[in-house]
Write a protein that binds this ligand. Structure first.
Ligand SMILES: *[C@@H]1O[C@H](CO)[C@@H](O)[C@H](O)[C@H]1NC(C)=O
Ligand SMILES: *[C@@H]1O[C@H](CO)[C@@H](O)[C@H](O)[C@H]1NC(C)=O
Ligand SMILES: *[C@@H]1O[C@H](CO)[C@@H](O)[C@H](O)[C@H]1NC(C)=O
Ligand SMILES: *[C@@H]1O[C@H](CO)[C@@H](O)[C@H](O)[C@H]1NC(C)=O
Ligand SMILES: *[C@@H]1O[C@H](CO)[C@@H](O)[C@H](O)[C@H]1NC(C)=O
Ligand SMILES: *[C@@H]1O[C@H](CO)[C@@H](O)[C@H](O)[C@H]1NC(C)=O
Length: 446
């Protein structure tokens, strides 16, 4: 009997404790909202959290994936979208005038052509993309650190590379790609180049060499054995899947990090980011693949010339102050070694929180509307600049998206600010008809 009573007592206190914490937890939201803690809703599920209070540099905010806060709370000040999951059929509409929209989109221009167009971008107040013009640029998202550029961990000396060329019959150039039909049509370029200089191709695109079996399917990873393989090559083809200002991926940084010279195509302004002004061979400096091949053949017969491209490895030289400053200011990390710094998603959340807190508590004025320089990629171009290159599919996507961006902007920003997908597609078709899209692309519908 005594024991049962004690047990009962324990049970009752336990329930009280649970109830107490429950009240504490729920009132937390209300309590902090009173202290001007903004609520920020991830509209596209991303973090998996329904309640995440974060204290940032300037403000503190509650992040939630619970969409009911968009309409139910006046403390909801911003709504965040992950670019690749952004869908015109699923939006928080009608939009309240005090709702800021934030866009996180670090991915390739080929994924979401909508954001190539200013009328879609201007729906957002703050962005974080690879472009240096975005509100919180992620441009160097594939570079671990300046130290990784000067580290000799994987570095293979010129003498040793020369020996591998002669005795192991390695080609001077490595190509490693398994996405074979991107907007840039890079394979067409490589095919042409390989007529004039040997290329070892390990990926499924233009494959002529086998990867060791344990490395298959991980071409984009940083497996140490893969890095060792790349390091053996004098040159590595670093051709992005699409062209956009500041769209620079591991295709550039991986060879630079291991000490193979990148033959680069992608961001037209890549020179702005490389360690020294002679760290890459830039495809755009040559009018044909043959000219580029001749240049590379020339470097191959001149070790002094070759080593000019490796001053970051040989002499630890990184003279690009823009690169150094960007890395000094970057708060986020990119891999497990940098876990303590948080990811760019963490940084993006606090960036939004701080901007919003400042706006509401101090400035209370100012205009924040994203524009073309936040993403805005051009009509897809091919690496091989010839009229025979067939790039129609991607070009068509781009033009279609321009119509979608136009209609989306109008429907969201003009009352009533809500629409059905029938409204949307109907308006897009009329718009594309007006702009001669169908005549140019020969389609009745899409
Ligand atoms: C919270 O915001 C209101 C106006 O929105 C302001 O009057 C008040 O002073 C703020 N409180 C704090 C603690 O900043
Ligand atoms: C979302 O929040 C509402 C209101 O605060 C709540 O009633 C609901 O249970 C929450 N939903 C989830 C999935 O947490
Ligand atoms: C690189 O910079 C050095 C010194 O700043 C300069 O002398 C050289 O001409 C530059 N090279 C190129 C290719 O721009
Ligand atoms: C946020 O963006 C919307 C859409 O462009 C705009 O109407 C609103 O004024 C912007 N908010 C601020 C504070 O600039
Ligand atoms: C684009 O927006 C940025 C702010 O994000 C602003 O500094 C820049 O002047 C704008 N560019 C144009 C062309 O309006
Ligand atoms: C592509 O080639 C055409 C002529 O063949 C030239 O007018 C144009 O400037 C080239 N574009 C690029 C980006 O090189």
């Amino acid at each position: 009997m005594k024991y049962i009573r004690i047990l009962l007592l324990i049970l009752v206190s336990l329930s009280c404790l649970i109830l107490y914490y429950h009240i504490l937890y729920t009132s937390n939201v209300i309590f902090h909202a009173k202290e001007n803690t903004s609520i920020i809703v991830w509209w596209t599920p991303f973090t998996g959290l329904s309640y995440n209070k974060r204290v940032c540099n300037y403000g503190s905010c509650i992040f939630t994936e619970n969409r009911s806060f968009v309409q139910s709370s006046h403390d909801t000040k911003a709504i965040l979208f992950y670019g690749s999951d952004f869908s015109i059929e699923d939006l928080p509409l009608p939009r309240k005038e005090y709702h800021w929209w934030g866009l996180l989109h670090e991915e390739s221009p080929k994924n979401q052509p909508l954001f190539d167009h200013e009328e879609a971008l201007s729906l957002f107040n703050l962005t974080s993309t690879f472009r240096r013009g975005s509100s919180m640029p992620l441009t160097l998202q594939y570079l671990q650190s300046i130290d990784s550029l000067t580290s000799k961990h994987y570095f293979v000396s010129t003498n040793h590379k020369n020996m591998l060329l002669k005795e192991n019959h390695l080609s001077p150039i490595l190509y490693l790609q398994s996405d074979c039909n991107p907007p840039s049509k890079r394979d067409d370029y490589v095919k042409e180049l390989a007529k004039f200089i040997p290329v070892d191709s390990y990926g499924s695109c233009l494959n002529n060499k086998e990867l060791p079996s344990d490395l298959k399917g991980i071409e984009s990873m940083n497996h140490p054995e893969l890095l060792k393989l790349i390091a053996k090559y004098k040159f590595t083809l670093s051709l992005e899947n699409a062209e956009c200002e500041d769209y620079i991926t591991e295709k550039l940084w991986r060879p630079l990090t291991v000490g193979s010279v990148p033959i680069y195509w992608g961001s037209p302004s890549v020179a702005r980011w490389i360690p020294n002004n002679e760290s890459i061979v830039h495809v755009r400096d040559f009018s044909t693949p043959q000219q580029l091949a001749n240049y590379v053949l020339n470097i191959l017969s001149d070790d002094t010339l070759y080593e000019k491209y490796l001053s970051h490895k040989l002499y630890g030289k990184v003279s690009n102050t823009i690169l150094i400053e960007f890395m000094e200011q970057r708060t986020w990390g990119i891999n497990e070694d940098q876990e303590h710094q948080g990811t760019f998603v963490d940084a993006f959340e606090c960036f939004i929180c701080d901007q919003i807190s400042k706006f509401h508590n101090v400035a209370k004025s100012g205009s924040f509307v994203a524009n073309k320089s936040h993403y805005g990629c051009p009509i897809p171009k091919v690496v091989l600049n010839s009229s025979s290159a067939n790039n129609e599919f991607w070009e068509e996507q781009w033009h279609k998206a321009s119509g979608e961006a136009h209609v989306l902007n109008q429907l969201i920003l003009t009352p009533p600010g809500v629409f059905s997908s029938d409204d949307f597609y109907g308006n897009v078709i009329s718009y594309l008809e007006k702009t001669n899209f169908f005549r140019k692309h020969g389609h009745e519908e899409f």
